[in-house]
Design a protein around this ligand. Structure first.
Ligand code: ZN
Length: 347
């Protein structure tokens, strides 16, 4: 397997005491050279790339506020902008595009865009939730523009990706599946959000402390049937490491081994259904240790390979990956929620 990655740390996109800060990447940076992946360069996304998701006045408005009103707060999350944020956001989207284009062109098997600012809360007409442009939606739409017929975004960030859902709501070429803690920002992501799009807009709202065991069940009982029903030609993953159990902003229960397991299974599903085409994109994650371990788990998953014919394929049992950070509590009961989700979508 060959894996590409891009790295856009945006060191000048920062605001005093804000959790979405360059320091999130501090423990990851010294490890980057050790991953079995090749760094590729990225250029800023063009306006027409961004315009595949966002309305023109959002693009021009962000450019203006960064030039005339920065540094400043633009929503209650709070989302901030600095003098460089517009260029940083264009480069983050461009780096995500560089990954997906390299995979679609066959130059690499798969890729990981490690970028700031994150993207999945940014709606077509609104920057919000620490996000300016929706990097993953921009790359997904670009994949369609290049001739792919169906793309799926799986989002395991602790928050619901309202922006990606909004962008995909009426676009039958796209599917969106999100696991997220219920009751926290941004308040969307209930399983009935999109009754017209069953099996295509799939929300799995979770109780606090749902962790590795819960996600193992979700992977088999919700994610795999969604892939089989939608038959994507490429999978994108909003990889948010704030679903780790000791993230300072949220209360889910994944460990680094849990990140590896779900990532590995997504890579396997891409190999089974999409010719291996999968691109991970960094979203949240506000503890630098978790971000470094989570990224290591993703790179290890991307480097994996399905066992040859005749032997049993690996099912992501975490073989060889353990950051020594098991969830120290019991996970909540999940059966009734999974039953609701399965029944709603007919899985
Ligand atoms: Zn998040």
């Amino acid at each position: 397997m060959s894996t590409a990655y891009t790295f856009v740390p945006s060191p000048e996109h920062e605001y005093p005491d804000h959790p979405e800060c360059p320091e999130r990447l501090n423990e990851l940076i010294p490890k980057l050279d050790s991953f079995p992946a090749e760094r590729i360069e990225a250029s800023p996304a063009k306006h027409e790339d961004i315009a595949r998701v966002h309305v023109p006045h959002l693009i021009t408005g962000l450019e203006r506020v960064c030039r005339e009103g920065a540094p400043g707060i633009i929503d209650y999350a709070p989302t901030f902008v600095t003098r460089t944020s517009f260029e940083d956001a264009l480069l983050a989207a461009g780096a995500t595009l560089a990954c997906s284009r390299a995979v679609i062109a066959g130059e690499f098997d798969n890729a990981f865009a490690i970028v700031r600012p994150p993207g999945h809360h940014a709606e077509p007409d609104k920057a919000m939730g620490f996000c300016l442009f929706n990097n993953i939606a921009v790359a997904a739409r670009d994949a369609l523009a290049q001739g792919l017929e169906r793309v799926l975004v799986v989002d395991y960030d602790a928050h619901h990706g309202n922006g990606t859902q909004a962008a995909f709501l009426k676009d039958k070429r796209t599917a969106y599946l999100s696991t997220h803690q219920w009751g926290i920002y941004p308040g969307t992501g209930w399983l009935e959000d999109a009754p017209h799009a069953r099996k295509r807009i799939v929300n799995v709202p979770l109780p606090a402390y749902a962790g590795d065991q819960s996600f193992a069940r979700i992977t088999e009982e919700i994610i795999q049937p969604t892939v089989e029903a939608f038959r994507p030609e490429m999978i994108f993953v909003s990889a948010g490491f704030d679903s780790h159990w000791n993230d300072p902003l949220t209360s889910l229960g994944l460990s680094s081994t849990g990140f590896f397991n779900i990532s590995k299974r997504l890579v396997e599903l891409a190999e089974e259904h999409c010719g291996g085409k999968i691109v991970f994109v960094l979203e949240g994650g506000y503890n630098p240790t978790n971000v470094a371990n989570g990224a290591a788990a993703v790179f290890k998953a991307l480097a994996g390979r399905i066992a040859p014919m005749g032997s049993r394929p690996g099912r992501g049992n975490g073989a060889g990956f353990d950051a020594g950070d098991p969830f120290p509590r019991r996970e909540p009961e999940l059966e009734s929620r999974l039953e609701e989700v399965r029944r709603w979508h007919g899985f």
